[in-house]
Design a protein around this ligand. Structure first.
Ligand SMILES: Nc1ncnc2c1ncn2[C@@H]1O[C@H](COP(=O)(O)OP(=O)(O)O)[C@@H](O)[C@H]1O
Ligand SMILES: Cc1ncsc1CCOP(=O)(O)O
Ligand SMILES: [Mg+2]
Length: 280
């Protein structure tokens, strides 16, 4: 029998797992429903398309009963949250959970206001498959606290959020991913680190939103191995950033070259660049 998911990774390292997951996204082209912020819509859609997935920015509550059952995964991002958007986010998340479909939460600026924190906690209660945020967002969610904030940017390093990520994963039952110089992914017990990426990715708005969308595409094709799928997506996005950075002159050209690189990544590049390791 062919090894799958975790077994395959343990036998031959992460490279083949990451490549197999990217190949599955390209082959299956999963439909991803994105309820995301206004800033990110373009980069999120183009990231998904260049990876081979099929994005659809459908966010009206009236369309959810017809559309959400057809998607491979749902992506919810609270970046430009207002009260009128929240019912659609919760209705879609509840339906995805009921249908056993993977859904992924990006809790942008979770600790910036009481309104936003409460909304994020209500979404977490609807059992996302994966929660991906920066370190400050994951700490705010885990502590359920509003505090000093840099808004959508992080004022912490990803490693500062290791314990918060584990606690949040234990409490929620979700895979929790913290992005940063090292991306941390945990189910509350196992913790892996992704060491791909370049610092310039922080200078492009919506790269965090886009990597969360990519996680949704990867869990859509391997929902039973959500931790491995999440690490794979973060590694692939980081590698696309590394390849793009080789020719970029700054954030604007990195944005273009990163999308081109994501589209054209081949097996040799992926196998040589994947940099994922467990934490003991
Ligand atoms: N210092 C860094 N070095 C390498 N990659 C980074 C660094 N900081 C962020 N990244 C990458 O940039 C992407 C966006 O992450 P991040 O900036 O933390 O998210 P957000 O935009 O939500 O704050 C992720 O793929 C992450 O791995
Ligand atoms: C600038 C901004 N403001 C509200 S949402 C948003 C985009 C945030 O994107 P990311 O979290 O990927 O940096
Ligand atoms: Mg973000």
């Amino acid at each position: 029998m062919e090894p799958t998911g975790k077994d395959k990774k343990e036998q031959s390292g992460w490279g083949p797992t990451v490549w197999a997951n990217l190949t599955a996204v390209r082959d299956k082209s999963p439909l991803i429903q994105c309820i995301t912020n206004f800033v990110s819509m373009d980069l999120v859609a183009n990231t998904l398309l260049s990876a081979g997935a099929s994005p659809a920015m459908l966010h009206s509550v009236e369309e959810i009963p017809d559309f959400t059952p057809q998607v491979g995964a749902l992506y919810v991002n609270v970046g430009t949250l207002s009260a009128d958007w929240l019912p659609a986010m919760k209705t879609a998340a509840r339906l995805a959970s009921q249908l056993g479909k993977p859904w992924v939460l990006d809790p942008v600026a979770a600790g910036a206001s009481g309104f936003r924190l409460k909304a994020c906690l209500e979404l977490v209660a609807l059992r996302p498959t994966v929660i991906r945020g920066n370190a400050s967002e994951i700490i705010a969610l885990s502590d359920a606290s509003v505090g000093p904030t840099k808004g959508v940017d992080s004022s912490h390093e990803s490693m500062d959020a290791m314990e918060a990520a584990k606690c949040l994963a234990e409490a929620s039952g979700s895979i929790v991913a913290v992005s940063g110089a090292v991306d941390i992914i945990t189910d509350g017990k196992t913790v892996v680190g992704v060491h791909n990426g370049v610092p310039m990715l922080q200078r492009i708005t919506a790269t965090g939103c886009s990597v969360t969308a990519l996680i949704a595409a990867f869990v859509a094709v391997d929902p039973l191995h959500a931790l491995e799928a999440t690490a794979s997506a973060l590694s692939i996005f980081g590698i696309a950033g590394e390849m793009g950075m080789d020719i970029a002159k700054g954030p604007a050209s990195l944005r273009i070259h990163m999308i081109d690189s994501l589209y054209s990544l081949d097996q040799a590049v992926v196998l040589s660049r994947v940099n994922i390791a467990g934490f003991s």
